[in-house]
Structure formats: structure tokens, C-alpha cells
Ligand binder design. Structure first.
Ligand code: SF4
Ligand code: SF4
Length: 437
């Protein structure tokens, strides 16, 4: 498949910010192609379900990627604890260039800096990307979509938390969050809030009746409004800044356990907290190293004994400094792994306890979806780069898989396709709506 045909499929990284996949596939003579199958966010299972149930197409996509990038080897980073799945995959591997990379049960094992280090022993330079050390990191669902070799119109996600039937499903992109939750038997949302993504890095759904399942949604977690995670997620910058100013005793636990700091990057979240005590919203050069924060959330949700928000202060500080033109690549020095890294990594078991999620530790197996969805609303931007340009108009009939939004000439982006057949009923500067006839 040529780069052009990759870009026609609308492929993006399916878990994070939605980086257009065709760009990664233009890399050449790659040392190691690394599959992120770590799925280290508590409660989410969709990658494991894909590996178990869509094995052939996943491997087809992986072999296509290896060939496209001329990768010398491919490593599937997966937690050692999934021994049955590992044994199954070992037998199914179709190509001797592919190896399994068993990972410890830590958070954030799926961070690409961590994966690159575990797979190759190399550290991505300051402000760099995996390709700087000869690596490309891709996720499981992206490779599945590549292996299927057809436009991306559906999304796999785990629906869990306080729902009657936790499950993993494959559903059309663009249905509402409310419709998706109903598949897991959740119809009454009173007293609940919904997280789009994992508990560590997900974000709160503003309105389940309006917000839709996007190409990057990996999970929906329903939790009571009084749950500690929801309480923390509903605090805004103002409240976080006030808390940061009032209570941090500078114990430095947040910095000592920071996964990026343990890999050797110069991030010290307690400095962002100290800065917040002295200047509004941590906007001072003293916390300039916040630009190295991955926003993994470990400091705010696990490390801080006072339940304070160092991540949020780092994020404010990072935005401020990046906005001023600070470039992590221009920092002097090189990363060097902290000698205490192994001892200080945080296990998922401890994370479950600290996050008060043990009651929601469900299996969520893959379930066939029988519901027919009557309407979808497809955002023009579900990826890094420019929004797509609609190539349909209100009243047009479209078929599932038909191209309805094109990447603007010369821009970074991912094509958009109809996820159901029907008529275009609305077109705004943000989305295209399609309703079945
Ligand atoms: S934010 Fe929490 S962990 Fe970090 S220095 Fe302050 S009190 Fe300690
Ligand atoms: S969120 Fe906290 S723990 Fe994670 S990289 Fe940023 S500072 Fe470190």
C-alpha cells in the first residue's frame, strides 16, 4: 500500500491525540516498530479484546507497517500478567520479525518514552519523538484498521464503571455518548459523570446527549459524582491554583515518583507547585521544566500525599512556557535513567486502591452490538492537524465508508468517512450529521 492509499483510510492513533497514521508510515529504515498493547489505564480492555478477537487483521496491519517502514524488528509491548493472551499471540505471530515484549504491571507502561526505553534501552532526546532513536510506536486498533484496509468508520471502546453490563464494543463513530452507554445497559445518568478515556488521562464528558464517540475515544467510565476522580476532574484551573497555593508542604514526593523524571527528563512538579504559591497559576521561569510533563496524572492522582494538583499546575505552566516559544529540544543535557527507577515505579494494583476503583474492576468482554443507530454527528477534527474539508452538502445521500471530508491540500490531517448510510442533514464548521432515511 502506498502512502496515498494509507491517507485515504482516515487512520489516526486510536488512543491519544489522534496523530495521522500515514505520516508515521513514511518513516524509513526503522530500527524498531513498537506496538503499544500495554493498556495501562485501569479499567480499559479494548486492546486485549482486539488482540484476542481480531488477531489476523491486527497482524496484517502490523506486517504492512513493518514493510512500509522497513523496520528491522517489531515488538508488541504487552503486560506479562496477560499470560494466556501472550501464549495465544505467540502461536499466532505470522512473521519472524515480530516479537512479544512482556512488560511489568506499572503505570504508565504505555507511554511511548517508556515503551521505547523498554524495547531498545534508548532514551528519546529532550523534546524529541521516537523516530529520533529509530523507533515508531503504533497502537493496536490503528494496526487493526490498517489490516482491514478499509475506511475507518467504527471505534472499539470499553464501557465500564457503574454500568449494569460492562463490555467492550465496536460501534459507529459519531453516535452520542448517551447511546453508547445504553449498550452497557446504562440509561439513567442521574448522579453519574462520564469519563471519556481512562481514569488517569481521560476527560469528563460535558454533555452525553450531545458529545459523540470520536476516533480517539478508548473507553467510557461512569462514576458517581462524589467519586474522588470526578471530584478532582471537575475542579477548574482557578480552584486548583487556590489549592496548590494553600497546602503544598514541598515534600517532593510528586517529583520523586514522576515517571518522566525517573527516565531522566528534567521535570520537577514540586517546583510548579512552589511557583503557584508565589505567582498566579505557576507562571514563572522557575517551573520552566514543566514543558517535559507528559500529563500522565501520577503526581496528582497517586503520588501527592495531600491530594494536591501538581499535574494541573505543570499543565498551566507548560502551556504558558510553550506559548512563549520555549522548546524542550533546546534544553542542555541528555536524559539519564534515575538509579531508583525500578524501585519507584507504581504498580497498577496500588493505583486501583488509591483511585478507589477496586469496585469497578470488571472484565468487560467484547460484545456484539445489535442496536441500529439512526443518526451520527461526525466532527471535522478528530486528529492532530487541520480539520477536514467537507465534500458533501446537506441533502446528499451517502453510503457507509464513503469519503465525506478531505484533508486540505498540503496539510496534516485524516480523511473522514460516513459511519452509517443515509442523508446529510446538517453541515456546520465543526461537524457533518447523517441520518438514516
Ligand atoms: S504537591 Fe504534594 S507531593 Fe508535591 S511537593 Fe507538594 S505536597 Fe509534596
Ligand atoms: S503528570 Fe506529574 S507525574 Fe506525570 S509527567 Fe507530569 S509531572 Fe510527572
Amino acid at each position: 500500500m502506498a502512502e496515498n492509499s494509507f491517507s485515504q483510510l482516515g487512520l489516526v492513533g486510536c488512543g491519544g491525540a489522534g496523530f495521522p497514521t500515514q505520516v508515521k508510515l513514511t518513516a524509513n529504515n526503522v530500527e524498531a516498530l513498537i506496538v503499544n498493547a500495554a493498556e495501562c489505564e485501569p479499567l480499559l480492555h479494548k486492546d486485549k479484546e482486539i488482540l484476542k478477537h481480531c488477531t489476523a487483521d491486527f497482524f496484517k496491519g502490523l506486517v504492512t507497517s513493518i514493510d512500509a517502514t522497513r523496520a528491522k524488528a517489531a515488538h508488541i509491548g504487552i503486560k506479562k500478567k496477560y499470560s494466556e493472551l501472550i501464549a495465544y499471540l505467540e502461536k499466532a505471530i505470522p512473521d519472524k520479525r515480530i516479537k512479544l515484549l512482556p512488560l511489568g504491571d506499572f503505570y504508565p507502561a504505555g507511554d511511548e518514552y517508556e515503551l521505547v526505553y523498554e524495547a531498545t534501552g534508548k532514551l528519546i532526546p529532550y523534546g524529541g519523538i521516537p523516530l529520533n532513536v529509530g523507533c515508531v510506536v503504533m497502537n493496536v486498533e490503528t494496526l487493526l484498521n490498517l489490516g482491514r484496509n478499509k475506511p475507518v468508520t467504527t471505534k472499539f471502546l470499553t464501557i465500564t464503571g457503574q454500568v449494569p453490563h460492562p463490555c467492550t464494543v465496536e460501534i459507529p463513530i459519531g453516535i452520542t455518548i448517551r447511546e453508547a452507554l445504553s449498550i452497557a445497559g446504562l440509561t439513567k445518568l442521574d448522579g453519574l459523570k462520564i469519563i471519556d478515556g481512562g481514569p488517569m488521562m481521560g476527560k469528563l464528558v460535558a454533555d452525553p446527549e450531545i458529545d459523540v464517540v470520536s476516533k480517539t475515544c478508548g473507553g467510557l467510565i461512569a462514576l458517581p459524582v462524589e467519586h474522588i476522580l470526578i471530584q478532582k476532574m471537575t475542579r477548574g484551573d482557578h480552584k486548583n491554583s487556590r489549592i496548590a497555593r494553600s497546602a503544598c508542604d514541598q515534600c517532593t514526593d510528586c517529583s520523586e515518583l514522576c515517571p518522566r523524571a525517573l527516565l531522566g527528563y528534567p521535570i520537577r512538579p514540586h517546583k510548579a507547585m512552589r511557583t503557584a504559591q508565589l505567582t498566579p497559576y505557576a507562571k514563572s521561569d522557575y517551573a520552566i521544566d514543566s514543558v517535559f510533563c507528559s500529563e500522565c496524572g501520577l503526581c496528582s492522582l497517586f503520588s501527592c500525599p495531600e491530594d494536591l494538583p501538581p499535574r494541573e499546575m505543570c499543565m498551566i505552566s507548560k502551556r504558558f512556557h510553550l506559548g512563549k516559544g520555549v522548546k524542550p529540544a533546546e534544553f542542555a543535557g541528555q536524559p539519564q535513567v534515575h538509579p531508583m527507577r525500578n524501585a519507584r515505579r507504581v504498580s497498577i494494583e496500588r493505583l486501583f486502591k488509591k483511585l478507589a476503583l477496586l469496585d469497578y474492576n470488571h472484565k468487560a468482554p467484547l460484545q456484539q452490538v445489535t442496536q441500529r443507530f439512526e443518526k451520527v454527528t461526525l466532527p471535522l477534527k478528530m486528529h492532530i492537524g487541520a480539520p477536514v474539508t467537507p465534500i458533501v452538502k446537506v441533502g446528499d445521500q451517502v453510503k457507509v465508508g464513503q469519503l465525506i471530508g478531505a484533508v486540505p491540500e498540503g496539510k496534516l490531517g485524516a480523511a473522514l468517512h460516513a459511519s452509517i448510510s443515509g442523508k446529510v442533514t446538517a453541515l456546520t464548521d465543526r461537524a457533518i450529521t447523517i441520518a438514516r432515511d
